[in-house]
Design a protein around this ligand. Structure first.
Ligand code: CA
Length: 745
């Protein structure tokens, strides 16, 4: 019945009767508009099958919502917004569902956080769960506990037969998995949940374990089946930590999802009988983008398309792990009876077999097939690695192209393949071959997920996107200009002296630079203990300036830039380009950059700059001292700069603990000249550069004179430390303590 125009007279009568029945039913159902928390609670208590409770538009502050009731399959109880997107839940708030056949639609959680463990929970209490219930078209946007390492979940599914679909989930910045499915009681097992058409927007690097986007189960219940289907979701730059999705239960299906430039992998961490098919992993060359990690029994991985993935080791495009013999439930079960077929892997750097092989993980994959896969790299790369005996994997009909040092495996044939783009936008071999992903693989669009009425995350740079403001020298002219500026603006300084009598708070991305055509650098002086404080939302770029610390107070622990002394949720950036910094020595321990615990930089980038006469560190990123795998900065780059008479270190970077859930810190140090660095009596590191627990360190073409040595302490994982072409004059050679020498686990 597409239109009345096609109906016979008898059909019209039927249609009229049906309409009448519907409107009669409507009169029996309450459709109440609630305006207060009390009205909401009364409407929920009175709700009967078929009722709709509509929340009035506006901001609902500090509201712990409990939506409980018993609907029926045909007549659910619905909680909705007067206008979708116009009902904002803020402050200290959350939502708990309990009962049967409940539907939540159209709410926005913003500007607040949950007082409990969850923002949306499919249970009210341990015994009151939700079943056959649905949350749809709901937004959770930056609804973060202000304490970065205070852990909570945004969505927790309990019960059975629930659905979470068409939701928009963006910007989780505090610790804790974004969304999880719990199997912690029988009533939540064999649950047949559906998670579909959601937009999982960007999640920044957490700098710690606990940044997964989705987890299904836990190791404790991992031999229990979940039967959760995760289908047609868009994971947009979900970079929290090494696992984007951690499947820890049985019989889950991951189908038709897109992982766009997301760092980490979909990991079949625990549990058996899972299926991963028809997904797209689009790394587009972004570091640490990964694909699928295979562990356990009877897993199927087929018809996936993996492109431009740069991750390595356990974060590679496709990683088949070794297991632990008679593994405890929380370690690694052997890969067994699994199937990997018809996947396409293009321009991805690492495919790993028997990964993680060591004294403990010695159980190699068995009775597993790897067939009709296509692996192509257009820049010849040693992309296939075999770490142990793989005779338990049956290779058949796979084609590899552009691989260097391909292991001799029959069933893995090296031959030239030319790729062309198909109508679905994906690359396929020019000559049809019976390998790789199917030609009609459907490509999910970003706009098919989430809701149309709430904007998805944008792209682009933090800095230099706004307007230029030119200012003149004087007292506090810079502070005034910063206060006026908008996000992304550029403040240009004419030549002369800028004296700050107050701390300048940076709570948005700003550039402060010399106006063009200056023959003399503008010079910044400051009379407080710090010049710039980067606070929540702030990032700072300094260019073409001079900074002189001699007007700072005669007090220890001064700094030019510091982060908020409190926890910061948003990662920040500090860029220092062509800046001359001198006389940070009014007292001891005067740092250029000083950070606080629970603050995290996406990037610290110093280049073409000069630092001299400093009584502290240049950059001190060493405040996470609890050895929990937490650290202060992801990427640190110091290049083409000079450092003279620095009492402590040019860089002090610390990441402690044995956790393996992060990619960083990364440290790049090239083309620098150091003279008399690290010799101050307060320099506990006794190092010019001190790196502890850094995962990737490169030190190249530096010269060190009359300085303390470079000290590197490698810890967990597979740390990469590369030193080359460095010169040491009256300076000890680097002291590297490799991982293993102090290994205790
Ligand atoms: Ca983890």
């Amino acid at each position: 019945m597409s239109s009345k125009g096609n109906l016979s007279p008898g059909g019209i009568v039927t249609w009229l009767l049906a309409s009448l029945a519907l409107s009669l039913a409507g009169t029996l159902q309450a459709a109440s508009l609630v305006r207060t928390q009390q009205e909401f609670n009364e409407a929920v208590s009175a709700a009967r099958p078929g009722d709709t409770i509509t929340m009035a538009n506006g901001v609902w502050r500090d509201f712990e919502m409990v939506f409980s009731g018993t609907g029926t399959e045909d007549q659910p109880i619905t909680l909705t917004a007067e206008t979708r997107g116009k009902v904002i839940i803020s402050g200290v708030s959350n939502l708990r569902l309990a009962g049967e056949y409940l539907v939540v639609r159209g709410l926005v959680f913003r500007d607040g956080y949950t007082p409990t463990n969850e923002v949306i929970s499919f249970r009210r209490s341990r015994d009151q769960l939700a079943n056959h219930s649905r949350v749809t078209e709901t937004v959770i946007d930056h609804f973060n506990n202000p304490q970065r390492h205070e852990r909570d979940f945004w969505v927790m599914m309990y019960g059975r037969n629930n659905r979470f679909d068409h939701n928009h989930i963006n910007g989780k910045s505090n610790a804790g998995v974004t969304m999880a499915v719990k199997l912690n009681s029988e009533a939540s097992q064999n649950n047949h949940h559906r998670i579909d058409y959601n937009y999982f927007g960007p999640r920044q690097a957490l700098g710690s374990n606990g940044g997964e986007t989705l987890r299904i189960g836990t190791s404790k219940y991992s031999l229990t089946d979940s039967f959760t289907t995760v289908e047609n979701n868009y994971f947009d730059r979900c970079n929290g930590e090494v696992e984007i999705i951690s499947s820890k239960s049985g019989h889950n299906v991951f189908r038709g999802n897109v992982f766009f430039e997301s760092q980490g992998t979909l990991t079949l961490r625990h549990g058996n009988d899972n299926l991963i098919e028809n997904n797209l992993f689009l790394g587009n060359g972004v570091p640490h983008t990964g694909g699928i990690r295979l562990i356990n029994k009877r897993q199927t991985i087929r018809n996936n398309y993996l492109y431009g993935l740069k991750g390595y080791r356990f974060g590679g495009a496709l990683v088949v792990m070794n297991g632990v013999p008679d593994s405890p439930i929380n370690r690694y079960h052997q890969v067994e009876d699994s199937l990997v077929e018809h996947n396409t892997i293009i321009d991805s750097d690492h495919v790993e077999f028997a990964a993680g092989s060591d004294d403990e993980r010695s159980a190699v994959p068995i009775s597993t097939a790897f067939r009709q896969n296509l692996i192509v790299h257009r820049q010849p790369t040693a992309m296939i690695a075999v770490h142990d005996d793989i005779s338990g994997i049956r290779f058949e009909g796979n084609i590899v192209s552009g691989s260097k040092n391909t292991p001799a495996i029959s069933g893995l044939v090296d031959e030239a393949v030319t790729l062309t783009r198909s109508t679905n936008g994906l690359l396929y071999p020019r000559q049809t071959k019976p390998v790789g992903a199917r030609p009609d693989l459907r490509v999910l669009e970003r706009d098919e997920t989430g809701v149309a009425w709430y904007p998805k995350a944008g792209f682009g740079d933090r800095f230099d996107t706004g307007q230029i403001h030119t200012i003149s020298p004087g007292q506090d002219t810079l502070a005034a200009a910063v206060a006026e500026a908008e996000s992304g603006d550029i403040i240009e300084l004419e030549a002369g002296e800028y004296v700050s009598s107050r701390l300048i708070a940076i709570d948005k991305p700003l550039t402060v630079r010399a106006a063009t055509g200056q023959s003399v650098r503008p010079i910044l002086r400051f009379e407080r203990t710090t010049l710039f404080e980067i606070s929540e939302g702030g990032s700072l770029k300094l260019e073409g300036l001079a900074v002189d610390g001699s007007a700072a107070p005669d007090a220890y622990d001064n700094s030019v830039v510091r982060t908020s002394r409190y926890s910061m949720l948003s990662n920040y950036e500090l860029v220092v380009n062509d800046v001359h910094v001198a006389n940070l020595n009014t007292n001891h321990s005067f740092n250029f950059l000083k950070v606080s615990k629970h603050t995290f930089a996406d990037r610290i980038d110093i280049r073409a700059s000069r630092f001299s006469e400093i009584s502290g560190h240049v950059v001190a990123l060493d405040q996470e001292i609890d050895d929990l795998g937490i650290y202060n900065a992801e990427y640190i780059s110091i290049a083409d700069s000079s450092f003279e008479n620095i009492e402590k270190s040019v860089a002090s970077v610390y990441r402690g603990g044995t956790d393996e859930s992060t990619f960083g810190p990364h440290f790049l140090f090239t083309g620098n000249r150091l003279s008399n660095v690290g010799n101050g009596k307060r320099n506990k590191n006794q190092a010019a550069v001190f790196l502890h627990g850094v995962q990737v360190a490169t030190l190249r073409q530096n010269s060190l004179s009359s300085s303390q040595p470079v000290r590197v302490v490698e810890t967990v994982g597979d740390p990469i430390t590369q030193l080359s072409d460095n010169q040491f004059n009256q300076t000890k050679v680097p002291v590297i303590q490799p991982f293993g020498s102090s290994r205790t686990n």
